[in-house]
Design a protein around this ligand. Structure first.
Ligand code: SDX
Length: 438
């Protein structure tokens, strides 16, 4: 008997089935043969939120949640964060190998040539209310960009796909910076191709009337590291959305607008903003025990804690803590770090969090750094979306070349009404409240 198989005995029929095991999984479609009779549709798996379902095979990112391991294309995140620039890591994610010096310079030049956006995009963005949330602006504007680049619909054409990848990586900081300036009522600052990716982003955010923006090198490096840490993370909610929308052959702009929308949720990328609001609410270290009590009563979540995959310390959070100290050398210490450190210390010694394996994740400390750098909390998730663009697009490219690719269309377990006859409105009575779907 082939040892890489599962023997399933269906006790309803006493039938035995041999299901092949491949890379630690069985193909769900292999279960469909398990039936009670010819009319039976066959077995499916029921897996809300895909807690135990691999939706794809991917070579981009590897996570080991128990050991707290994160690798991009096999390279440990700690080494990439220490030695690389963000665009170098973006190249690695997209093309699968670290670039040579020549390849990196060409890549930087190519991205730099795609940082401008059509002047009409400004008119589109000016339509937003002065206090529009920047994530709402980002989602809408990225989707709207597909109307400026109709060639992006040629998703079967590898050269066109590559062109859109470069456009999106190049233009995201510009759109994000324009959203920031719109919020403040400041004039938009054009990209400066002479500056690095992060220094140009800082230029478009913070340049005022000086002839040439000079970014603080410590803050620029901190932003590079933060961008590297946020660049990809396997099949998280927003990447799975990117794959689901991309599977319909939608263009990459519309597809990525969907991913940004998923990231905006407070349980996902929106958590970094929620952490700052939570720390503001706690206010002082003395209020921590009371807040923790509310969490343990199930009334609140400790935002920035917990993870679907990491059941150990998120390796990114460990690195971010170190970056915080370097940033504070320049900006001055953000006192909220002391509340966060005390919160972590208390939580990690409390049985409620230990039992549930809840540790700080990437969002717990990042917002404290961003606030120290001068960002307002509503900008924090934008700072997640910019670097994640490379990861989303690497995963999208992988999907578009996957021989297993089909349009994503999960099944369901129907639990609704059986067939019933139409009732004329004159004969209807109000349904019992319990029966009305909320
Ligand atoms: C990101 O997937 C990724 O890779 C995402 C990400 C990426 O890079 O793309 O890493 C980025 O999204 C990080 C996560 C940011 N979100 C937050 O910090 C929000 C707070 N965290 C939680 O909402 C939660 O931990 C999730 C959403 C992150 C994970 O949720 P799961 O895996 O569905 O876990 P769960 O809700 O089933 O929780 C298991 C238990 C529950 O308690 P019991 O019902 O067993 O009693 O742990 C509890 C939960 O109530 N729990 C928390 C908690 N997170 C989980 N209790 C208090 N505070 C929390 N933060």
């Amino acid at each position: 008997m082939d040892k890489d198989t599962l023997t399933i005995i269906d006790n309803r029929t006493n039938q035995t089935y041999m299901i092949p095991i491949h890379r630690g999984t069985i193909r769900a479609m292999d279960l469909r043969q398990i039936k009670t009779g010819p009319e039976d549709f066959g077995l499916m798996t029921y897996d809300p939120a895909y807690m135990n379902t691999a939706a794809c095979q991917s070579a981009v990112t590897f996570l080991d949640g128990e050991k707290g391991i994160l690798r991009y294309r096999g390279y440990p995140i700690e080494q990439l964060a220490e030695h690389c620039s963000y665009l170098e890591v973006a190249y690695l994610l997209i093309f699968g190998e670290l670039p040579t010096m020549e390849e990196l310079l060409a890549w930087e030049r190519e991205i730099g040539q795609h940082t401008m956006i059509h002047e009409n995009v400004k008119k589109f963005m000016d339509g937003f209310h002065h206090d529009a949330h920047p994530m709402g602006i980002l989602i809408s504007t990225v989707a709207a960009l597909s109307t400026f680049y109709p060639d992006s619909h040629r998703i079967q054409d590898a050269a066109s796909r590559r062109h859109q990848v470069v456009r999106l990586i190049g233009k995201l900081p510009t759109v994000a910076a324009y959203a920031y300036r719109h919020r403040l009522g400041r004039p938009y600052v054009y990209p400066d191709p002479e500056l690095s990716y992060t220094k140009n982003y800082m230029n478009m955010l913070w340049k005022m009337t000086e002839p040439k923006y000079a970014a603080n090198p410590v803050l620029a490096r901190a932003l590079e590291v933060l961008f590297i840490l946020h660049a990809d993370h396997e099949q998280n909610c927003s990447t799975s959305t990117m794959r689901a929308v991309g599977s319909s052959n939608a263009d990459p702009f519309a597809t990525m607008a969907g991913a940004i929308a998923a990231l905006s949720g407070p349980l996902h990328g929106g958590a970094n903003e929620e952490v700052l609001l939570m720390l503001d609410e706690i206010g002082t270290v003395s209020n921590i025990p009371g807040f923790i009590a509310q969490v343990k009563e199930g009334k609140r979540k400790l935002m920035g804690f917990g993870h679907r995959v990491y059941k150990n310390y998120d390796p990114r959070a460990r690195i971010i803590k170190k970056v915080a100290e370097e940033v504070f050398e320049v900006t001055g210490r953000n006192p909220k770090i002391d509340i966060a450190l005390a919160l972590e210390r208390i939580a990690l010694s409390d049985e409620y969090f230990i039992k549930r394996k809840l540790y700080p994740n990437v969002d717990f400390y990042s917002g404290i750094i961003y606030e120290a750098m001068g960002f307002t909390p509503d900008q924090f998730t934008v700072l997640f979306a910019i670097p994640r663009t490379a990861g989303w697009l690497a995963q999208w490219q992988e999907l578009m070349q996957d021989p297993d690719r089909k349009i994503a269309r999960p099944r369901q377990v129907y639990v609704g009404e059986e067939r019933r006859e139409f009732v004329p409105i004159t004969a209807r009575s109000a349904a019992e409240p319990a029966k009305v779907a909320r």
